[in-house]
Design a protein around this ligand. Structure first.
Ligand code: URP
Ligand code: ZN
Length: 462
């Protein structure tokens, strides 16, 4: 089936122009100022974009759909509900995590994750592989993983208690193997030893209300971990990518590494740009609880400036949703399930508060939300661009549509959004995945299993 999108303003990372776009099957087959009627195939569906923007499909490069939280919890959004919610926000690709379990191989984790997503995701997807322990033939497995289409790893410098952290003495070895195989290492950067030291200060406390999360994991902890891993990568002359940069101090560490010649890159998320730690003092603090914790206004501002100055390459969400019932299971910051929903609100928030307040223009926004993640995680140009021959993943975005974000307007199984009450101007109205309309005017037309696994190529950062 062919679709012709007329009267739209096509926006890519490089250009912004009034163009008509012809889609056939799963691909974009032609882009022109205007098509003559003889150039339009029979039975083509015509969409009048009415002056709205046509953007490449958004890539949420950091999600945790259907994530198990031992002993007996699992995130509210599975691959189906998570990807539906994402599609309503103009997201056509997500990159989730295959998580190695201690004592098990990374290949096992990857195969399990493929099985869990297959037949469920409604949009396209790829995976990062987290590594929590090395074993004697892991390098062969990393090579196999790369051949299977995974080109990025995740290293946790924290979460020793739950087994996610890779032993510190193994960091260098993992980095060396990754450099040899040209795998991009992404890092959850918080200094676990510093956190343990801080905890000693509070050893006599019995109660740890949610706000203590900010005291136990202050920005210094992020600064220290970024410096340590950044210096290690610099020594090895390899790129390193910091996940969910949260603070002004963390940003300072990144700048210091970069200015001294390190190839360091980072992502941040709307919650570190727009929410502040005082929310953790409210009665419903758990709804705003994630790791690293929220910071203050000065940190928000520093991260916007970092985006403006192009020190941060990607905005994604760390979507890790739990229902309020799950969140309120504990009021102790050492026990609250960490993570919040975010995929659906990514594009409207970044447009309204990033473009809307003049931190960057629409082309730069496309870079941050689609083109850069596609390049960094090996999905470009099929994803992240609007060129002839690329996947027909598009968003029709109305820059004038005003909405107040509300819990009931969201499609996440979490049942709430931490951005409830935020006013946005600019909202996606149509989402097209590989030539198929999956969301239009607030209705979902996609299908369970309509998304496919994308084999990533080598990261553009190598
Ligand atoms: O609180 C968060 N961010 N949960 C998800 C896991 C992680 O640390 O990325
Ligand atoms: Zn993380």
């Amino acid at each position: 089936m062919s679709i012709l999108i007329k009267n739209g303003v096509l926006v890519t990372a490089e250009e912004m122009a009034e163009k008509d776009i012809l889609l056939e099957g799963e691909k974009i087959i032609a882009i022109k100022d205007e098509f003559l009627s003889k150039e339009i195939p029979e039975k083509t569906k015509i969409i009048d974009a009415d002056g709205n923007y046509i953007l490449p499909g958004i890539i949420d490069a950091h999600t945790h759909y259907f994530m198990k939280s031992p002993p007996n919890n699992v995130t509210a959004d599975d691959f189906y509900s998570g990807s539906i919610s994402a599609a309503f926000g103009g997201v056509t690709t997500f990159i989730d995590y295959a998580e190695q379990q201690k004592g098990h191989s990374i290949i096992e984790a990857f195969i399990n994750r493929l099985e869990e997503a297959k037949g469920n995701a409604a949009i396209d997807y790829s995976f990062h592989q987290s590594v929590c322990s090395l074993y004697h033939d892991i390098k062969e497995d990393l090579k196999e993983l790369k051949d299977g289409g995974v080109n990025s790893l995740k290293l946790f410098t924290t979460y020793k208690e739950d087994g996610s952290m890779l032993d510190k003495e193994d960091w260098l070895e993992l980095l060396k193997m990754s450099r040899d195989l040209k795998l991009l290492v992404t890092v959850h950067a918080e200094d676990d030893e510093m956190i343990d030291q801080i905890k000693i200060k509070y050893k006599d406390r019995e109660e740890f209300p949610p706000y203590y999360h900010t005291l136990l994991r202050p920005p210094e902890v992020e600064y220290s971990a970024i410096k340590e891993i950044g210096d290690m990568a610099k020594l090895l002359d390899m790129p390193i990518y910091i996940a969910h940069l949260s603070s002004k101090k963390g940003y300072r560490a990144l700048k210091e590494i970069k200015k001294s010649g390190g190839k360091i890159f980072a992502e941040t998320t709307p919650h570190y740009l727009l929410l502040t730690e005082d929310l953790l003092k409210k009665e419903d603090a758990q709804k705003y609880f994630m790791t690293p914790p929220l910071r203050n206004k000065e940190d928000n501002e520093a991260l916007w400036e970092a985006l403006k100055d192009k020190y941060i390459s990607v905005i994604d969400t760390d979507h890790c949703s739990y229902t309020t019932e799950q969140k309120f299971l504990s009021s102790n910051c050492l026990g609250i399930l960490a993570g919040i929903p975010g995929s659906e609100t990514l594009l409207p928030l970044v447009y309204s508060y990033g473009v809307g307040r003049g931190y960057f223009n629409v082309k730069n926004m496309v870079n941050l939300l689609s083109t850069n993640p596609a390049k960094i995680f090996g999905l470009y140009p099929e994803k992240g661009s609007l060129g002839v021959g690329t996947d027909a993943d598009l968003v029709i975005f109305d820059p004038k549509k005003e909405i107040i974000i509300s819990d009931s307007g969201q499609h996440t199984a979490a049942g709430y959004t931490p951005f409830s009450g935020f006013k946005v101007k600019g909202y996606p109205i149509t989402t097209i995945l590989r030539g198929k309309i999956i969301v239009n005017n607030n209705r979902f037309y996609g299908e369970r299993g309509g998304g496919k696994f994308l084999k990533g190529k080598e990261s553009a950062l190598y």
